[in-house]
Design a protein around this ligand. Structure first.
Ligand code: PHE
Length: 335
């Protein structure tokens, strides 16, 4: 009898452990402890068949087994409900989005500028950020007394080397190496000793453009920049070429666009003028051609230079250049 009960107990335990949900567990309970057919219940019920001496002993034994099975059932029930809780997935909850990296707004603007000019047949070239005085100034027709050459305005590394103050030296490097026709843009970092404020930062980005060929005119420059502005902003944006001066272009112009914010009516962004300056440009000065041994009687060219931060600020309505360099994710993740 003892052996039979022990076997029953083991069988019950095995089945309890094998049950994977409440329904299966209930079936095991009924099989062993069910009020009518339960295997253990039946033994208890049949206890009257035993001799009076054996009854208390067997009764006690069966009750022990019954309690053990009940405990096993309870334990397994808890395990199953915990397992089910862990598996429970609420598919109506919003998902957790992984934080995606993205390109810096300046990089995005630069990519857009490149895309537009590549579409016009320009090639992207690069030049060094540490320049000699010759390439940064001299070859660009900025002689020794020129104020921009002052130590107050430029970061000199030694007597003849400095961090380039503009991307225009790349024009010279390209023309020294290649003969016309030339169509290049040169993006990159530039450095000036400016006090930091909402529109000045000692490091910034420019994109230089240069086209040289046998019959390039000022209208090519106008057409090219108009196409650029219409692509970069929108087709309704108007352009204005204001006479200006650069030592390496003649004639020179500063190019304004109608204010992006007020469409030219006048607002805070354009200080009521309706126009925003976006770049400098002009026809390559014959003096510059002579420096690179191009015949100014044979070739003409146009050049332009734009500030990438400025374009980006105008495009997205950003009012402080410092935001680009603080790397605050609240700012960067908006682009
Ligand atoms: N390099 C000039 C600047 O930094 C811009 C420019 C480039 C003007 C090419 C004319 C032609 O202001």
């Amino acid at each position: 009898m003892r052996e039979k009960l022990e076997r029953l107990r083991l069988e019950a335990k095995r089945k309890i452990d094998e049950a994977t949900n409440e329904k299966e567990l209930e079936a095991v309970r009924v099989e062993f402890l069910g009020r009518r057919q339960g295997k253990i219940t039946q033994i208890l019920r049949n206890i009257t068949d035993l001799s009076p001496q054996d009854r208390p002993l067997v009764g006690e034994l069966v009750n022990q087994i019954k309690r053990a099975v009940q405990e096993d059932l309870k334990r397994r029930e808890k395990e199953i409900s915990r397992e089910e809780e862990e598996e429970w997935v609420d598919i109506t909850l919003p998902g957790k989005k992984p934080l995606l990296g993205r390109l810096h707004p300046i990089t995005q603007t630069l990519e857009e500028i490149k895309r537009i000019f590549i579409g016009l047949g320009f090639q992207v070239v690069r030049g060094p950020e540490v320049e000699t005085e010759y390439y940064n100034f001299e070859a660009l027709n900025m002689p020794r007394y020129h104020p921009a050459r002052d130590e107050q305005d430029s970061f000199y590394l030694d007597d003849t080397h400095l961090l380039r103050t503009q991307t225009s030296p790349v024009q010279i490097r390209v023309m020294e190496k290649k003969s016309p026709p030339i169509r290049i843009i040169a993006p990159g970092r530039c450095y000036r000793r400016d006090a930091v404020d909402a529109s000045h930062f000692p490091m910034f980005h420019q994109v230089e453009g240069l086209a040289v060929d046998k019959s390039i005119t000022f209208s090519d420059l106008k057409g090219c920049l108009t196409y650029f502005v219409h692509q970069m902003f929108d087709k309704k944006t108007r352009l204005r070429f204001r006479p200006s001066f650069f030592p390496f272009t003649e004639p020179s112009a500063e190019v304004d666009i109608s204010c992006i914010m007020c469409k030219g009516r006048g607002c805070r962004v354009c200080s009521g003028k309706g126009w925003l300056e976006i770049l400098g440009a002009g026809m390559v000065d014959p003096e510059v051609f002579r420096k690179v041994n191009y015949d100014p009687e044979k070739y003409q060219g146009f050049a332009f230079g734009m500030g990438v931060e400025r374009i980006c600020m105008l495009k997205y309505g950003i009012d402080d250049i410092r935001l680009f360099f603080q790397n605050d994710l609240r700012f960067l993740s908006q682009f």
